[in-house]
Design a protein. Sequence first.
Lengths: 551, 170
Amino acid sequence: MYAYDEFDRAFLAERVADFRDQVARRLSGALNEDEFKPLRLMNGVYLQLHAYMLRIAIPYGTLSAHQLRRMAHVARTYDRGYGHFTTRQNIQFNWIKLEELPEAMAALGEVGVHGIQTSGNCIRNVTTDQWAGATPEECDDPRIWAEILRQYSTLHPEFTYLPRKFKIAIAASPHDRAAIKVHDVGLRLHRNAAGELGFEVLVGGGLGRTPFVGKSIRAFLPARELLSYIEAIMRVYNQYGRRDNIYKARIKILVHEIGAEAFAKAVEAEWEAIREGALHLSDEMIAEIRGRFIYPAYETLEDRPAELVEALKDERFATWFANSVHAHKVPGYSIVTISLKPVGAPPGDATADQMDVIADLADAYGFHEVRVGHEQNLCLPNIAQKDLPALWAALDAAGLATPNVNHISDIIACPGLDYCALANARAIPVAQEIAKRFADLDRSRGIGRLHVNISGCINACGHHHVGHIGILGVEKNGQEFYQITLGGRADEQAQLGTLLGPAVPYEQVPGLIEDVVDTYMELRAGPQELFIDTVARLGVEPFKERVYAAH
Amino acid sequence: MPLIENGHIVEDKYVRVSDEDALPEGVPVLVGVDRFLKEAEALKGRQAPVGVIWPNNRPIAEIAPYLGQLSLIALNFPIFRDGRAYSQARLLRERLGWTGPLRAIGNVLRDQFLLMQRSGFDQIEAVKEADAEAFDEAVHRYTVFYQPATDERPSLLRQRLGRTLTGAAR
């Protein structure tokens, strides 16, 4: 956990007062809606289809049990008893009344939680690996650098009115769990041959209506030069990013239009002028931020203790263990993923009661810490293996132990037409129906890792381009239709999916997905060959033939 | 529109002259960039001060050769959501060494005053009278600043270490 100090608390209080004043000026008419809109957006307040939506940042996906409990309180008191975790380590409350908004914000502010820069054309919540600090794979805790960027970008005077929103993600493990290649800036933290810590810098990735995989513009940036380099990128983008067309305003379009090489050259030129300046991070500054992260006081424990070995004789526990428990860097500990994808429920939703249960379990077994990942699941990053049986029993009782992590029913979906003012089609019911078809866990385990991503419009909040199976809702003559893509991925080998064929109507989607999966099961080289690898080996053609012959 | 300089509403000494009109003798003028660039040589001989309105879609580095003959630079915010001039302002102050008056003009609203001040503007032409009157409150809304910018407000990155930006630069 990052511990807020008196500066952070003072800033947050000032920010709340600032927004309260802006709301008052809007109500008095001193601000018109056009003037007010960017101000409310930069505090996470959207106007949705049915109501105002409040988006709250969970910086780099790290939450305390105390904070999660307060979110449960907000869900229960001001919303309809649940919250929705997004693909960018945020939580959204969809049913907050405008007049209660300041109250809800104040309740969250008390525990250091806010919606600052969760929307608007500014640098958004910086995201990273939900296993940060716990996974044995990482070269350093990426949250240190995400926190440095959070501080740097908060109410940045120069970069608060960018051409468009700006999203940064950091990965520190060879396996990228933060989807850095589909962000405006992706930072791959690693060590060079000399053992120094630094970043590979990718720019211009992104989804939406013009998807791109990010391009590498610097193979190694010494970590201490992070801020000056980011400032150089932001300054080039702020001046030269397009502002004539909202759909061409993201940095990916600038990078695409002038070319990654020319863009890199402009950044390097700007960087040369500022790299020795005020943004140079000294060892003391980095140590100061690092020192504010509090790590668990791990006990000396052994892997696979007797309690765990005994519990593994229970088939249901063993199934969950194999699916949802991951290796930890400290012996005797594990990382636990909590699936928010129970069959039949909206992906990424958690009820207030479930949030309370998870907060209690984090207090009891997990050093008070909870994480949120971009797959819209939660995570308890520090669980002693001897506590796994008791933890599982409690999760199971709360409907939070569905062992479908990374299965076909672990679907990423945007809120879609059920909530969103931009959507053309529903996403949640499609996800629910697919999950129902594959509810048999033996069957879905047999299928293996398969990521399905669903977006209700081309803005691609469900990241359909990078789903192994991507589903995009479009509108045709007032009807909901869906385009299917295969072969996308968001990890270190990120690529965009290939269109399977013509869009199909709503009712046909679940059947079509079943046909795609059946085709895979027949064509795969063996149980070890994942769906994504079969598509890579054979292309989409064999799938297309089979699927469209059937429909 | 009220002009704020260093926190006070002041009278604008500059006369804004369109490209077609003759320049009035003996008074400070503020002219558009096209006219300024066309007449830059001739304007050097002018006795009264000359200011230029530099558009936000023209690289600010191109102003460098003319800084010596300018008494005022005005940067434009065609709409408050268009933030290009913040970068231009910082570059003028931090890269090009401009120490003269730097004015924000256009769709300039109260909630941008602080950002403008932090980016190096010392003159702000507010659209609304009420905004201008609230200037002092608007720029003192915050006491905590995370990042260093053009102004000399101490940034947290350094303040946490008991130093200020100016202290560290020294």
